[in-house]
Design a protein around this ligand. Sequence first.
Ligand SMILES: *Cc1c(COP(=O)(O)O)cnc(C)c1O
Length: 460
Amino acid sequence: MNKRLDTSGIEPEAPEEPPHPASVRANVWNDVPNEKWNDWRWQITHRLNSLDEIRRIIRLTPSEEAGIAAQHRFRLDITPYFASLIDPDDPACPIRRQVIPTVQELEGFESGMADSLNEEAHSPVPGLVHRYPDRVLMLVTTQCASYCRYCTRSRIVGDPHAQFSQAQYDAQIDYIAQAPSVRDVLVSGGDPLVLPERILDRILTRLRAIPHVEIVRIGTRVPVFLPQRITGSLVEMLRRHHPLWMNIHFNHAHEITPEVSQACERLADAGIPLGCQSVLLAGINDCPNVIADLVRSLVRIRVRPYYLYQCDMVLGAGHFRTPVAKGIEIMESLRGHVSGFAIPTYVIDAPAGGGKVPVMPTYLISQSDRRVVLRNFEGFVTTYTEPGDYTPHNPATCAACQNQRAEGGQEGIAALLAGRTTSLAPEGFEQSHQRLTRIRWSEFDLDSQSDDQDKGGSQR
Ligand SMILES: *Cc1c(COP(=O)(O)O)cnc(C)c1O
């Protein structure tokens, strides 16, 4: 039976701003009216950056005091909202460790680098990193809502004098317009969501106007540091640029507050698929249970864990690094134990511009031509029997293979498997093997040696 709902006489509902959820606040801001507290501009202009301001809300350790007081350390700014999430009495608080410097930040370490990912060598124009065949990273600002102490781009981020100009945006966009291989533009920084709305709108509009740019994504931490910024007006602007994706940087379940849930709900309701990029950080989230709590909390607010990064070898962040084994252990604790879509890919962003390399526990234990031996998360060892009658895929009759675009020398291992290349040689390989061709084999008198060989006297 088809019951029809009588909707006559019901007024179309005006879209109404959802009530702002209850907010945690440090005592010093108790007298601030809600309209101000919930206004992202108020949050930005009242950020904490001096020893005196921070002392008013946290009982600082001597190491923190020295870190904050140090000259030339990486920029410090914390929104009152995020600062309110800090446990004032616990120096190990995972929120606190992300934004309050310690003296360790001033220490160098063996193999620490300013530009550990060698982004500048991959930049055809300032602020644009073209590392992968079909996508580019576009840095649109050096400013953030608050500054993470382990920032991978601390060499440029936070510097108020290193701002991107209109001319630089033009150069970045021109490069993309002239690079038909680019399908995906990752707009990052700094944090793109601290830009004035009309500037971001203009950048997105210009990117969307490039026919070969199929998707745009924004990398941001604003929903975590400054959820008040995710206003109805910002979301309305963003949704005009679909297909638009967004990756948000979360590291700990304590970051997921009612404000953050609401910000993510607005973004997700606007059809923006939300992902999470986390960094594995010593003393903050280097624990299987902390990460499991984080990923479960993320999927509840409709954010899908995307990457878990090994901490980069960046100067100032040495004390946040963990062994890679910790990441493997965490991945082991996730697979099988939490929903598959809550499991991020653990990656090491390789130094010298090697790019992201996925790393995981070994599940494939052994192989023969008939069977694959696998183990599952419980340690159950099982086999998969290979098909005996597989007709190999034929690239010659496959439209997708025929239409494949060249990747300008970045075809890599996939090209080896496809038989388009037979080997990949490291830089300098040929020169270092020139010695083999200095004497030609034809110059040997091979006949005179064959006697020795007959006697089993050949020498290797
Ligand atoms: C991370 C990154 C990307 C995007 O990589 P995905 O694996 O597609 O998320 C693109 N360019 C650069 C330079 C990057 O560091």
